[in-house]
Design a protein around this ligand. Structure first.
Ligand code: AMP
Length: 190
């Protein structure tokens, strides 16, 4: 199973991605997590990415695309994967299309998690207290949501036109949301 999970910040992509990985025995690839690990470890990549992340801007495509391509070429993703936080703009969609063509591994579905903005803001405020992410402050959150609306949200139409989009209500218990994703994905493969 090869999936994308898309949706605005705070909608629960990471939580649901982890649960889907356990269910389908696939690998979670979250570009935001890769950047945060690199920042924590003080790598050259981390140094390059941190100024963008702290402003709520996207890390340049050439950096992000090559990280994803590298990761998708590794042996531990052969059973499938879920990409979380990528692609985020039209250029990344194109780069991903080319990568998947080269690898001979097409997408099975694109999950779009949806929730009202008030729910997102509330969840991010809660996450800021628990995780202490440097980019979960009001100013950066506003910038990140603006980038989402302008660059990432239109990509849902692209995947809908390809017949890959599975829309899911992201409000409810964690378990009920996972169950509805699995039910919709399994219905597609029957
Ligand atoms: P996330 O954890 O997915 O919200 O990502 C945190 C930050 O990492 C984002 O606000 C961006 O600065 C950067 N980032 C993550 N994924 C991407 C991507 N696909 N393209 C560019 N920047 C990204």
């Amino acid at each position: 199973m090869r999936l994308l999970i898309m949706g605005p910040q705070g909608v629960g992509k990471g939580t649901q991605a982890e649960r889907l990985c356990a269910h389908y025995s696939i690998t979670h690839i979250a570009t935001g997590d890769i950047f945060r690990d690199n920042i924590k470890n003080g790598t050259a990549l981390g140094k390059k990415a941190s100024s963008y992340i702290n402003k709520g801007e996207l890390v340049p495509d050439e950096v992000t695309n090559s990280i994803v391509e590298d990761r998708l070429g590794k042996d531990d993703v052969k059973n499938g994967w879920i990409l979380d936080g990528y692609p985020r703009n039209a250029g990344q969609v194109k780069a991903l299309d080319e990568m998947l063509k080269r690898l001979g591994t097409p997408l099975d579905a694109v999950i779009a998690l949806e929730a009202d903005r008030s729910v997102l803001l509330e969840r991010m405020a809660k996450r800021a207290k628990i995780e202490g992410r440097s980019d979960d402050n009001p100013e950066t959150i506003k910038a990140r949501l603006a980038v989402y609306d302008k660059e990432t949200k239109p990509l849902l139409d692209t995947y809908a036109q390809r017949g890959l989009l599975v829309r899911i209500n992201g409000v409810g218990s964690i378990e009920s949301i996972t169950n509805s994703i699995i039910a919709k994905l399994d219905a597609r493969t029957k």
